[in-house]
Design a protein. Structure first.
Length: 284
């Protein structure tokens, strides 16, 4: 039988993209499962996304990840959206189904899986999310869809924060509330799970943390961070000092990558290999 010299292609489009480690993790998983796939990390400037998506079709790529600044704009080039992606209004993963492009958002699902991996369910819980950007929207919507009793949004920009609360009110069954972000503010005492879904603490500003009153975090709470670079954030360290269970952003990153792997290949991902590869990448 003739040998096949063509690899299946997936990848990521973003700008900036140079520091994105997803390709290392996905390629390790492809090798582990003996899949002839390549993950291309591609810089796509704002304004070039339409041409890049046409490229996905022309190259018959199996799919693509989208990151800053393309997660919202990509919606106009897709044929179909998952229910969650349509509520969140952003897509981080595209699957090419025989020329038809399907948009999914696996950020929030990856976050939920990282909670589940630690034995924590959002069902019936009160979840406080700091932030209202792309990651916060995905986390808040998926927690609400997964049965959280209440989702509280704390954000600096009030318009953005209230917009997310309105979205949760109109598209999910969870109770919801907006609280403006004020320096030194208390965390609502009813909180079961507190999530830092802002970019505060992200490399190179690893010494920064959301300026909240950390003494209002209790040992009954779980604290989760979406920031994964560096995963040992000051936010988690402060919450940990108050006895809260701490969950870092690597789990969310690995799990959304694992979900994407399966969506593209139809094969169960070797999650252990993906975790190990990322840890090696971050010298953990
Ligand atoms: P966005 O730019 O969409 O949102 C940033 C959010 O952070 C906004 O709510 C913004 O508030 C808030 N924020 C930023 N700086 C400050 C500050 N100094 N004080 C108060 N609030 C602040 O970014 P994303 O949501 O796309 O990304 C957020 C983080 O999530 C990044 O670190 C990213 O790496 C991480 N992420 C992690 C993933 C994972 O798999 N672990 C997946 C996706 C993202 P405001 O609205 O007031 O500006």
């Amino acid at each position: 039988m003739a040998k096949c010299y063509r690899s299946e292609l997936v990848g990521a489009f973003g700008c900036p993209i140079d520091e994105n480690p997803t390709g290392v993790m996905e390629e390790a998983a492809f090798r582990e499962m003996s899949l002839d796939y390549r993950y291309l990390t591609v810089k796509v400037n704002p304004g070039d996304l339409k041409a890049a998506i046409e490229g996905v079709k022309a190259f018959q790529m199996k799919g693509i990840n989208l990151t800053i600044p393309h997660k919202v704009e990509v919606l106009r080039y897709l044929d179909e959206l998952s229910p969650a992606a349509s509520i969140i209004g952003a897509v981080n993963t595209v699957i090419n189904r025989e020329g038809k492009l399907y948009g999914e958002n696996t950020d929030g699902k990856g976050f939920l899986q990282s909670l589940e991996d630690e034995g924590i369910s959002p069902l019936g819980k009160r979840i406080t999310v700091i932030g209202a950007g792309g990651a916060a929207r995905a986390v808040a919507v998926e927690c609400a869809l997964a049965g959280a009793e209440k989702v509280i949004i704390i954000n600096r920009d009030e318009v953005r924060g209230k917009e997310l609360v309105d979205l949760l009110k109109s598209r999910t069954k969870a109770q919801t509330q907006f609280i403006p972000f004020i320096k030194g503010m208390d965390i609502p005492a009813e909180t079961d799970i507190l999530v830092n879904a802002t970019s505060i603490g992200l490399y190179p500003d690893c010494d920064k943390k959301p300026e909240i009153n950390y003494d209002t975090i209790t040992s009954k709470m779980t604290a989760a961070d979406v920031v994964f670079n560096d995963p040992n954030t000051r936010f988690l360290a402060e919450a940990g000092k108050r006895g809260a269970k701490a969950i870092n952003g690597l789990g969310m990153l690995v799990n959304q990558g694992a979900l994407n792997f399966e969506l593209w290949t139809g094969v169960k991902p070797p999650v252990d290999v993906m975790v190990r590869t990322l840890k090696e990448e971050f010298d953990l």
